[in-house]
Ligand binder design. Structure first.
Ligand SMILES: Nc1nc2c(ncn2[C@@H]2O[C@H](COP(=O)(O)OP(=O)(O)OP(=O)(O)O)[C@@H](O)[C@H]2O)c(=O)[nH]1
Length: 708
């Protein structure tokens, strides 16, 4: 029987590094009965952090999708008569900036988000980044303020930070009972009662008690605030609120709050301590209550590749099957897995899907639902659910899998380009092939990781989002693929760009006995329109001056030329070419001649079109004691940094700046020295910008193998 989608929740858990995502997920798996014991994270027994490196480094690298069930609602811990089993798919997303892309792709397929904050550290840089990503994807969320047991924990302060720093309407729906080490439970502001978790048995049981006397006034105020916020969202409730506040029922508050959450008008804030087993069950109830089911989200849109018209799919098993692959991973037991979100229809194990990118049919031999590092084979999967497919030949992140008779291409995901590269070579010659194979497998899994061969040096360059990202790749080469490599110094991945419009005529002619070569093209080369990527190619050829069959070759020539910029061989991301005129020779002209004319023409025209070198600019945030602030800002100025904001955070100072990546190697060490180890920093990619001329000269010289 089809599962009632009303009771499905596809949720992610996002946060800054170390806020406690892994611990919280572990507790969720414990309370929902997937795990029977609690394994302390980072001591090797954690269920979610199953990759060896993750356990060792104590960070979560890959997002594993996990399935569990939660019975809701319960009264005093006992399911009520109308209780239902809610089906949860949880994606554990990493907090480190180098892996923002993981968060990105999870957000694309999820319906709701639990956003974790540390009660001590509040809104941290990566919480900001992830919050904005969630805003972009319009993902409704609940805030969970974790680590309430720690010294300095302050729920209401974090609530204020979410309001002020993240510009969101955070509204507490609980208040904590007891401070720091004495944190015992919460007051439920909707039900107007207190919950105290027991210390034994991992907090599985609890008491529902009267609101403590000394909190009554505070509870009254915050409950009034909650009701007011909810009423101001819902007009009907507002009327009731004006007439008689007390007449508003619990169900009415829940219903209006649910609607407000879905609309992102309110972020309900709850708190707890995952580590001390408090507050997690309440969080699960809140997920059922307020976060959307697949039915609450808009129908998914896509393009029918045959008609090129837009089509939509409803989250309904009776619609044709459509799913988006959002992650490719290698599982030590079942092999290569493609995680996908089914948006419509149903897929049976052993049946075929159409991959609309390759245009090929793929047999999905098995379908799994993942329980952290264990897999459960299932016979079929239906609309609204998340699963992992096995047995495919060619599925990549972002591919749409659809019913072969009803093809559709769902909007794919955009990923940032890698900004940092290192040269790698196998330690032994025998490993050359193995390395090539391993790298292409890794690149398939991770769209922000690329592999290329440097034309000038013949070296293999691997590129990614940061030094940690590449470190992990090298580590995986060694562990999973048993290839040892020597690696070079990290280098910045520059780009090249065209800044002016230029016109050019390129005549390519070769006469060498027999049949010669001839192609003649006239074109304008100019910067692409804002926001466009790739080559925009327009042909204005009239009267067959250049025969039709040669036009695609010209386009291909320009496209290929973009991969090797005119100045230093770095890629050109975007440009526009308009082919205005040309001529051909009956005998000597062929496709290759025109392709070459385009390539050569591009190199020649790029000078007049003022090609420049572009460098990645990073967004940096430093948290520092006040006394080191002057030194840190001075150092950033020397690194061509531009300070955009200085502020306060939890008794320390913050400095936000943009700085070219090329100036940031070894920064962590400098920062440590400048602040005697007290300042911390986070950095992530922001955008590409033109380099100053002295720097581009160095980059060009270095690319040509001349000592800069
Ligand atoms: N005191 C206290 N410590 C906690 C709590 N929750 C998590 N921790 C600790 O905080 C540290 C980080 O927790 P994790 O669950 O690994 O955090 P994470 O957000 O998954 O971290 P990444 O995967 O690295 O992004 C661990 O040492 C946990 O034991 C809590 O509620 N109270």
């Amino acid at each position: 029987m089809a599962r009632d989608l009303k009771y499905t929740r596809n949720i992610g858990i996002a946060a800054h590094i170390d806020a406690g995502k892994t611990t919280t997920t572990e507790r969720i798996l414990f309370y929902t009965g997937v795990n029977h014991k609690i394994g302390e994270t980072h001591e090797g027994s954690s269920t979610m952090d199953w990759m060896e490196q993750e356990a060792e480094r104590g960070i979560t690298i890959t997002s594993a999708a996990t399935t569990c069930d939660w019975t809701f609602p319960k009264e005093n811990g006992v399911p009520t008569e109308d209780a239902k089993d809610y089906h949860f798919n949880i994606i554990d997303t990493p907090g480190h900036v180098d892996f923002t892309v993981e968060v990105n792709r999870s957000l694309r397929v999820l319906d709701g988000l639990v956003f974790l904050f540390s009660a001590v550290d509040g809104v941290e840089p990566q919480s900001e980044t992830n919050w904005r990503l969630a805003d972009n994807y319009k993902v409704p969320r609940i805030g969970f303020v974790n680590k309430m047991d720690r010294q300095g924990a302050n729920f209401l302060e974090v609530n204020n930070q979410v309001k002020e720093m993240l510009g969101s309407n955070a509204v507490p729906i609980v208040l904590p009972i007891g401070d720091e080490a004495d944190f015992k439970g919460v007051v439920d502001l909707v039900k107007n009662r207190a919950i105290i978790w027991h210390d034994d048995n991992f907090g599985s049981t609890f008491d529902v008690v009267e609101i403590p006397e000394d909190m009554k006034e505070e509870v009254r105020n915050y409950r009034a605030l909650l009701i007011e916020e909810v009423a101001s969202y819902d007009e009907n409730l507002l009327e009731k609120f004006m007439e008689d506040e007390e007449s508003i029922t619990e169900d009415e508050v829940h219903a209006a709050l649910r609607a407000a959450v879905m609309d992102m008008a309110i972020i309900p804030m709850v708190c707890g301590s995952s580590f001390k087993n408090k507050g997690v069950q309440f969080l699960l109830d809140a997920v059922c209550r307020y976060l959307p089911s697949p039915l609450d989200r808009d129908n998914i849109k896509g393009i029918n590749p045959n008609t090129e018209k837009e089509e939509t799919r409803k989250p309904d098993v009776n619609e044709p099957f459509a799913a988006l692959a959002f992650k490719i991973a290698t599982d030590p037991f079942v092999g290569r897995l493609a995680f996908f979100r089914a948006y419509s229809g149903r897929l049976d194990a052993g049946s075929y899907i159409l991959n609309n990118r390759s245009g090929k049919k793929e047999r999905i031999s098995r379908i799994y639902q993942m329980h952290a590092n264990k897999q459960n084979a299932i016979d079929f999967i239906e609309a609204g659910d998340i699963g992992a497919a096995v047995g495919f030949k060619d599925i990549k992140t972002g591919d749409t899998m659809s019913d072969e008779k009803h093809p559709i291409v769902l909007e794919s995901m955009n990923f940032p380009d890698p900004v940092i590269g290192i040269a790698v070579e196998p330690k032994t010659k025998a490993d050359v092939d193995k390395l090539g194979m391993a790298l292409s497998k890794l690149a398939e899994e991770d769209p922000t990781f690329t592999v290329r061969t440097d034309e000038a040096s013949g070296q293999t360059i691997i590129s990614g989002m940061g030094e940690l990202h590449l470190d992990i790749i090298v580590d995986r080469l060694r562990r999973e693929f048993k290839v040892e490599v020597n690696q070079g110094q990290p280098q910045v991945e520059y780009k090249e760009a065209i800044t002016k419009k230029a016109e050019h005529r390129e005549v390519y002619k070769k006469q060498s006995g027999g049949r010669g070569k001839f192609a003649d093209i006239v074109f304008t080369l100019e910067p692409a329109e804002e926001g466009k990527v790739g080559l925009e190619f327009v042909s204005e050829i009239k009267g067959g001056n250049v025969p039709k069959e040669f036009i695609p070759s010209i386009e291909k020539g320009f496209k290929m030329a973009m991969q090797n910029g005119p100045l230093a061989g770095y890629e050109v991301d975007a440009m526009k070419v308009t082919l205005t005129d040309g001529s051909y020779h009956d005998v000597d002209s062929d496709q290759l001649s025109f392709e070459l004319a385009a390539k050569l023409g591009f190199k020649a025209a790029a000078k007049a079109a003022k090609a420049v070198i572009m460098e990645p600019i990073m967004k940096l945030e430093v948290i520092t004691p006040e006394e080191n602030m002057g030194d840190i800002v001075g150092d950033l100025n020397r690194r061509r940094g531009q300070v955009s904001d200085m502020g306060d955070r939890a008794g320390a100072k913050t400095v936000k700046a943009t700085v070219p990546l090329s100036e940031m190697f070894g920064y962590v060490t400098t920062l440590r020295t400048l602040s005697s180890g007290r300042a911390t920093s986070t950095m992530e990619f922001s955008h590409y910008a033109e380099t100053p001329s002295n720097i581009s000269e160095e980059v060009i010289k270095a690319a040509k193998g001349v000592e800069a």
